[in-house]
Design a binder for this molecule. Structure first.
Ligand code: GRF
Length: 222
């Protein structure tokens, strides 16, 4: 079932743990006067995340929600599996996040460098309304250090994927992919930078498609 198009501007939340370069691209593409939708809320599990400051500078509500300590982050499975229930820190975070998202009337959640695994319950509650961006051509190289693993595997091309989030790790239906070549003298950094440039175009484009109810699998060549 598709929630979109809504027939009104969508209220979008971004969840980010780090530098927030994808957030920046999204803030530029979805300002408050975009009739399709705008970024209304940014949530981070890291108090010092540059993403929060970028949201403040853009005049968008920025909220730090703690993920209580003693809880393992990616990529270590916790509880009864990667998205299991035996994780009290996660439960607290998700309860606070869910309340905030509902209070703010959020229609769509965008994970942009959010370095935590969300529970199956949370993902289920937002099914069809939560997207992620990943720096590989999924299903290749899910999880951490995707660019390094692409180099190690000796692939000749890589890229990025925007996908709906489901209960697996980087496994939901693909909305859009962008490809880049892997060059013989690439390092993890040069490959990551080439992919990131594509991410900044791919994520806003994927969001536009979803909001217009036009998402479909697209593995365009560069
Ligand atoms: C990006 O490479 C994204 O694909 C991955 O985490 C990174 C986040 O970068 N999920 P930024 O914080 O958006 O700059």
């Amino acid at each position: 079932m598709s929630y979109f198009p809504l027939g009104r501007p969508a209220r979008i939340a971004v969840m980010a743990s780090g530098r927030g370069s994808n957030l920046e691209a999204l803030l530029e593409s979805f300002p408050h006067d975009n009739p399709l939708g705008h970024i209304a809320l940014v949530i981070s599990d890291k108090r010092e995340a540059p993403a929060l400051e970028k949201a403040v500078q853009a005049g968008v509500e920025a909220r730090y929600l703690p993920w209580p300590t003693g809880v393992q982050a990616l990529p270590v499975p916790v509880g009864d599996g990667p998205r299991g229930s035996g994780n009290t820190g996660r439960a607290q975070f998700e309860q606070a996040a869910n309340q905030l998202l509902l209070n703010r009337g959020i229609d769509l959640i965008l994970l942009a460098g959010f370095m935590r695994l969300l529970s199956a319950d949370f993902v289920q509650a937002w099914q069809g309304r939560i997207l992620n961006i990943h720096p590989s051509l999924l299903p290749q190289f899910p999880g951490l250090r995707a660019q390094r693993r692409a180099l190690q595997a000796g692939v000749s091309e890589s890229g990025c994927t925007v996908h709906f989030v489901d209960a697996g790790m980087d496994t939901g239906p693909v909305v859009l992919q962008r490809r880049v070549p892997v060059l013989p003298d690439d390092t993890e950094e040069t490959l990551a930078a080439r992919i990131l440039k594509q991410e900044h175009q791919a994520y806003p484009e994927a969001v536009r498609r979803v909001l217009m109810g036009m998402e479909k699998i697209d593995r365009s060549q560069v």
